[in-house]
Design a protein around this ligand. Structure first.
Ligand code: GLY
Ligand code: MN
Ligand code: MN
Length: 445
């Protein structure tokens, strides 16, 4: 053993054993509910393009990476049996065409019984009797009689509880936020230096040390009016003239966990910059509502009222904020949900789950795009991402509905060339005040 500094109690390595215990308890209960003895989880296999031998970027089964930060090991399997050490069947093929996954040496390895296999088929003889197995995966992962059966009671239980992050998971998410923030700062510098969307994307990837295959979702880098497209993922190779604004929604991955961060900047000190500051103030107020016992739907509804206030103060609407919300005018400017759970998946699972045994919590009427309706509890991690956009399609609809008199169209025309604003942070709900992972990382940087 080498002499090293004592393990900090806050590192993923130090927190992992307790995390694994929680997962084992959850797995035991999920199996009990489903009437199975073993949880069997394939890591997933490569997908190929139609009529071609080109594979799509490999995406690990989220149920697999929930157990260990291993995201590049297709053809491997996990076997979880209550009361036993978890088993990892690790595919390390004899292959000189492709890079073979290296034998893991991380902090988690000592907690698993690891068996190396050389062909995918070898896994079958190492798996427990199939009729006792809950097999969680996609159909393509089937291996002989080991066909994923994805039992509802098992999935419902695991997915519901995955909303409650362990301290290990919060540490992983914190690291994903730090990497994302480092890249956001590089992207802002590239924007201020006059780079194109493509150039800003490259600056982002360089600073993150991640490319399209690693990032948790495709970077949204929108200059000027492109920001009015909520998920704009084209990348112009030349910068627009004049360059007015940027909306950048981009995250980073760390050991299978995601960050999801949006910032908007104006190229100059102008009315748009002032509106960004106003949305930022609203966003901070909403982040402060990420507290145990709060119905997340209420944060969404409060966002409408606060953003309608910004619209009013900026001279975009002529009616009071309450009226703008009641008549659906705020929805034309803020047409998406206030956020979602985040973790192993950027849009985490079970956002509408009423319990760990099924049921759905409805979205508020008239708000079809909200992705999370649960009541917040310690350990939940959510995004808070209010926005104001100038979207022709929605503004046209507003007029068609006879609501055009509530809008100052000259003011809209003045803001339209900037596209829109979104500000998004990742926030941890605790017993006490929320922890804003994104702001924390910006403050640190
Ligand atoms: N990046 C997608 C989202 O914010 O939900
Ligand atoms: Mn988001
Ligand atoms: Mn986002």
């Amino acid at each position: 053993m080498t002499i090293s500094a004592p393990l900090s109690p806050h590192t993923p390595a130090a927190l992992y054993p307790a995390h694994l215990s929680v997962l084992q308890e959850r797995a035991a209960e999920a199996l009990r509910r489903g009437g199975f003895d073993h949880l069997v989880i394939p890591s997933g296999t490569l997908h190929y393009q139609a009529f071609d031998d080109r594979d799509y970027p490999y995406a690990v089964n989220p149920q697999f990476k929930a157990w260990l930060p291993l995201t590049q090991a297709p053809g491997s399997w996990l076997v979880i049996t209550p009361g036993k050490r978890p088993a990892l069947i690790f595919l390390q093929p004899h292959d000189y065409w492709h890079a073979v996954p290296a034998m893991p040496r991380d902090y988690w390895v000592e907690h698993f019984d690891i068996t190396v296999i050389r062909t995918p088929e070898e896994a079958a003889r190492l798996l427990p009797p199939v009729f006792r197995c809950a097999i969680l995966g996609e159909p393509q992962s089937a291996l002989g009689s080991y066909v994923p059966n994805n039992p509802e009671p098992v999935l419902q239980y695991l997915d519901y509880h995955r909303a409650f992050k362990t301290p290990y998971e919060v540490a992983m998410l914190r690291q994903a936020s730090r990497i994302g923030v480092r890249a956001h700062r590089a992207a802002e510098r590239a924007f201020r230096a006059g780079a194109s969307e493509f150039g800003i994307h490259l600056a982002y990837c360089q600073a993150a040390g991640q490319d399209a295959n690693d990032l948790p979702y495709g970077n949204i880098i929108a200059l000027n009016e492109h920001a009015a497209v909520l998920h704009y993922t084209l990348r112009d190779r030349l910068p627009p003239k004049p360059l007015r604004s940027i909306l950048i929604d981009a995250g980073a991955s760390f050991g299978g966990y995601a960050s999801d961060i949006t910032r908007t900047y104006s190229a100059q000190e102008d009315d748009f910059a002032a509106m960004i500051r106003a949305v930022d103030a609203v966003q901070l107020r909403l982040c402060d509502q990420v507290r145990a016992g709060t119905d997340y739907r209420q944060i969404h509804l409060d966002a409408h009222l606060l953003l309608a206030g910004v619209l009013h103060e900026s001279g975009l609407i002529t009616v009071a904020p309450e009226e703008a919300v009641a008549r659906g005018i705020s929805s034309a400017f803020f047409p998406h949900g206030i956020g979602h759970g985040i973790g192993l998946q950027v849009h985490d699972v079970a956002g509408f789950a009423a319990s760990d045994a099924g049921g759905t919590i409805a979205k508020p009427e008239g708000h079809p795009y909200l992705r999370l309706t649960r009541t917040l509890a310690p350990g939940m991690v959510v995004t808070i991402e209010p926005g104001i956009y100038f979207i022709d399609m929605l503004l046209d609809e507003l007029q068609a509905k006879g609501l055009g008199d509530a809008v100052d169209w000259e003011r809209v025309a003045a803001f339209k060339p900037y596209g829109g604003i979104r500000i998004e942070d990742d926030v941890v709900c605790t017993e006490d005040a929320p922890i804003n992972l994104t702001r924390e990382a910006f403050a640190e940087a």
